[in-house]
Design a protein around this ligand. Structure first.
Ligand SMILES: Cc1cc2c(cc1C)N(C[C@H](O)[C@H](O)[C@H](O)COP(=O)(O)OP(=O)(O)OC[C@H]1O[C@@H](n3cnc4c(N)ncnc43)[C@H](O)[C@@H]1O)c1[nH]c(=O)[nH]c(=O)c1N2
Ligand SMILES: CC(C)CC(=O)C(=O)O
Ligand SMILES: [Mn+2]
Length: 486
């Protein structure tokens, strides 16, 4: 098929996703099943109310709501296993739900079924301070964990903007602004407890094991990291912890262009400065953040930087970074040294999504999430900025540039058909551009329903077939979060 025809088919498929109305799929959960589910969790922990189902049938993205038939709130792993067994016996789909902050429609109940809301499993089960690790249940969020750890001198660094559940973060292979230094969920999960579709219990690294490394057999832990609820329900995660840095300094640094910011980022990474954070916000994003958070930063492409270490090492890192920055035309750095100032700065970055949408009150957000080899970042981000202008789209750019990962946040009105089409076409061009230079269609948000059409291009026929074989082996009836990823 000619390239143009492929593009048209893809765009049409994406538009269908956009336009799908809120639908209620014929219930596959009959009264008999509902009663059995209620017997496991108790009547206060199961609901078929439309409001509750609609709330669970969508995430924070534009993807159309499809409510599950029933929502259950298990309180422990034994209950999750019993519920899964009932669903398995009756061939009912299961959709795990963390905090619903996903961006690719991961919790949308494509085929109805039972939504497992895990927010009532909130125990921090095992904290091994000497081993630098902790085991948490799926209702524990990243902020709750770090609040709990505050007085231990330890912390968990993976920080998506939202206060997501840590098991949901494992399920989507999330990352955040600290990933450039501390890694994403892929590097920071040591073990997972998983309830499989038929109710069996799996410990991906063996029960009770929490080592820094292992070479014992297949890496089942990282099979489940990023599996988006399609292989099983994560009922606990063992996570690596880090000592809280002794000294921290953050800075805001205006740059002459996104190209200069991208090239400067590369040079900073090559210089060996162990940057704790390096984020790019373009001029439109800076304007949005200023307005949304009442800030007064210059409206131009800007790097947000952070350095961690001993006081002496932070000073040295800053000296090297300033030398590099000045070579790329950086403006005056504005420092945020007090904890409260730093918190304000990073809160503005974490809420970039809402700031972008506030540029158009009442809008919904379409978020892109490409990641490219870091050497390709300046070129891809520059072309993307030009494409945005040519397409007459308002799409602030926010990037975890230290990882080669960036987002355009396209705020649009649900009623503007032509604009939707331009957005879909722009997003398709962006993913194609990223794939062409050895990149990925999603650096951190996952495939969900939004990126399914790109997996084949990215991993190839054999890659996709092996993924599907794994799925069939673990979920032979296709009940785990159907319609997602593969
Ligand atoms: C403002 C803002 C800012 C950001 C983000 C969102 C928003 C609204 N995100 C996206 C989102 O926070 C991220 O994908 C989280 O990992 C989602 O976690 P939830 O608990 O909300 O999962 P949610 O409930 O949304 O589910 C997401 C997927 O995981 C599955 N799932 C959830 N819990 C599970 C469990 N216990 N077992 C098995 N499957 C499970 C679900 O079935 C679904 O497929 C993000 N992301 C990112 O990586 N970096 C970022 O910087 C940001 N920033
Ligand atoms: C909604 C997205 C733009 C959130 C995200 O990944 C980010 O802000 O980095
Ligand atoms: Mn992000």
């Amino acid at each position: 098929m000619a390239l143009w025809s492929i593009l048209k088919v893809r765009v049409r498929a994406s538009l269908r996703n956009f336009q799908r109305p809120l639908t209620t799929i014929a219930s596959r959960v009959d009264e008999r099943v509902r009663v059995r589910l209620g017997e496991v969790v108790g009547s206060g922990n199961v609901s078929s109310s439309l409001a509750v189902r609609e709330q669970h049938g969508r995430d924070e993205s534009f993807h159309a709501c499809k409510p599950p038939d029933v929502v259950v709130w298990p309180e422990n792993t034994a209950q999750v296993r019993q519920l899964a067994r009932i669903c398995y016996d009756h061939s009912v789909p299961m959709v795990p739900y963390g905090t619903g902050t996903g961006i690719e429609g991961g919790v949308v109940a494509e085929e109805g079924g039972v939504c497992f809301d895990l927010s009532r499993m909130t125990d921090i089960v095992d904290l091994h301070e000497e081993d630098l690790d902790v085991t948490v249940q799926p209702g524990v969020t990243r902020v709750a964990l770090n609040t709990h750890l505050r007085h231990t001198g330890l912390w968990f660094p993976v920080d998506p903007g939202a206060d997501a559940s840590l098991c949901g973060m494992a399920a989507t292979s999330a990352s955040g602004t600290h990933t450039t230094r501390y890694g994403s969920m892929r590097e920071n999960v040591a073990n997972l407890e998983v309830v499989l579709a038929d109710g069996r219990l799996l410990h991906t690294a063996g029960e009770g094991r929490h080592t820094r490394k292992t070479s014992a057999g297949y890496n089942l832990t990282n099979l489940f990291v990023g599996s988006e609820g399609t292989l099983g329900i994560i009922t606990s995660a063992t996570l690596r912890l880090f000592p809280q840095p002794e000294a921290v300094a953050s800075a805001v640094c205006p740059m002459p262009s996104v190209t200069a910011a991208g090239e400067c980022t590369l040079q900073l990474l090559r210089s060996g400065v162990p940057l704790a954070r390096i984020e790019l916000l373009d001029d439109v994003m800076m304007d949005a953040c200023n307005r949304y958070k009442g800030l007064d930063y210059a409206v131009q492409p800007t790097l947000f930087l952070e350095f961690h270490g001993t006081p002496a090492s932070v000073q040295e890192q800053i000296r090297t970074a300033e030398e590099v920055l000045s070579g790329y035309g950086a403006g005056q750095l504005r420092w945020a040294l007090a904890a409260s100032e730093r918190a304000r700065l990073w809160e503005a970055r974490h809420q970039a999504y809402y700031a972008a949408r506030a540029l158009r009150p009442g809008s919904v957000g379409y978020v892109t999430d490409v990641c490219v080899p870091i050497s390709k970042l300046p070129e891809v981000i520059t072309t993307t900025k030009e494409d945005l202008i040519q397409s007459r789209l308002t799409g602030p750019i926010a990037g975890h540039v230290g990882d080669g990962n960036f987002h355009c946040i396209l705020a649009f009105s649900e009623h503007g058909e032509q604009e939707r089409q331009r957005i879909t076409e722009f997003c398709h061009r962006l993913v194609t551009r990223a794939l062409a230079v050895g990149g990925t269609c999603t650096g951190e948000h996952g495939v969900g329903v939004g990126k399914r059409g790109y997996l084949l291009d990215e991993v190839g026929e054999t890659g996709l077939e092996v993924m599907r074989q794994l799925k069939r082996a673990l979920d032979p009836k296709g009940l785990m979060n159907p319609g997602k990823v593969v």
